[in-house]
Ligand binder design. Structure first.
Ligand SMILES: [Zn+2]
Ligand SMILES: [Zn+2]
Length: 256
């Protein structure tokens, strides 16, 4: 089995990116996308991806928590690096009204600015959305047909899932799908087609069962894949093959 973790934060691990990758490879997790979330981590993710390419890739973006920081220079910095072979998407960005660390206005402004960049450069996006379903759908609709991407760590409603699928977005599942109280998410996972889903860790957050409570690492994406395979009634090898194929199509720069 070979897996890719399409969403991890290697800058927040206890181990170095090298050691984290080595431990991931030991259990079959061959590729990792490390996520940019704010200007202060962009150089880190660029350096790591450059160093560990073609096993590690990165994205560049400003998380909704940091929406208040959005400025034209940040957009210019992101655009200046999108041509690198190891930069595979714009993100993560989107809306988070659960924490509301930036105002709604700042979040929407930075969300739209990054959608513009993705559209201009024909790059896929990794979108973060929490407790902001109507506004998320509204923005995505404005870019229908111009931007493709993934709703990362999906934890929303069935309505949001169906709307995102209709708009052409894939759904990425994290360890949350394994949690005891996640029945509604499991129902969503059951109907998302196998050719429209991804698996991720969002490490160091949200460790899946049976390692819940421990710090999450990319190697743990194996547990989420095993869980979803069982839910879908297929072998984990088949699930891995499907999700790799989806990642290959979505993040076309990745070398397999
Ligand atoms: Zn996120
Ligand atoms: Zn994240």
């Amino acid at each position: 089995m070979e897996l890719i973790d399409i969403h991890a934060h290697l800058d927040m691990m206890e181990d170095s990116p090298e050691v984290t990758l080595e431990k991931a490879k030991e259990v079959g997790v061959r590729k990792i996308i490390t996520i940019g979330t704010e200007p202060s981590d962009h150089q880190f993710v660029l350096d790591v991806a450059k160093r560990l390419y073609p096993d590690v890739y990165c994205t560049l973006g400003v998380h909704p928590h940091h929406g208040v920081q959005w400025a034209e220079e940040i957009g210019k910095f992101i655009e200046a690096h999108l041509h690198e072979p190891y930069v595979v998407a714009v993100g993560e960005f989107g809306l988070d009204y659960y924490y509301n660390q930036s105002s709604k206005e700042d979040q929407i402004r930075s969300f739209r600015a990054q959608m513009d960049i993705a559209a201009r450069h024909q790059m896929p996006v990794e979108i973060h959305t929490r407790d902001a379903e109507d506004d998320t759908i509204e923005v995505l609709k404005d870019y229908k047909g111009k931007v493709k991407g993934v709703i990362h760590c999906f934890t929303g409603s069935e309505t949001l899932a169906r709307a995102c699928l209709d708009l052409g977005y894939n759904i990425s599942f994290s360890g949350v799908v394994t949690f005891k109280n996640a029945d509604s998410l499991r129902k969503i996972c059951e109907f998302v087609p196998l050719d429209r889903m991804h698996v991720e860790t969002d490490a160091p957050f949200l460790s899946p069962v049976p390692v819940r409570g421990k710090k999450n690492v990319p190697a743990h994406v194996v547990h989420t894949a095993q869980f979803i395979a069982q839910l879908k009634g297929i072998s984990v090898d088949d699930l891995a093959q499907k999700t790799n194929e989806n990642a290959r199509q979505m993040f076309s720069k990745i070398i397999w």
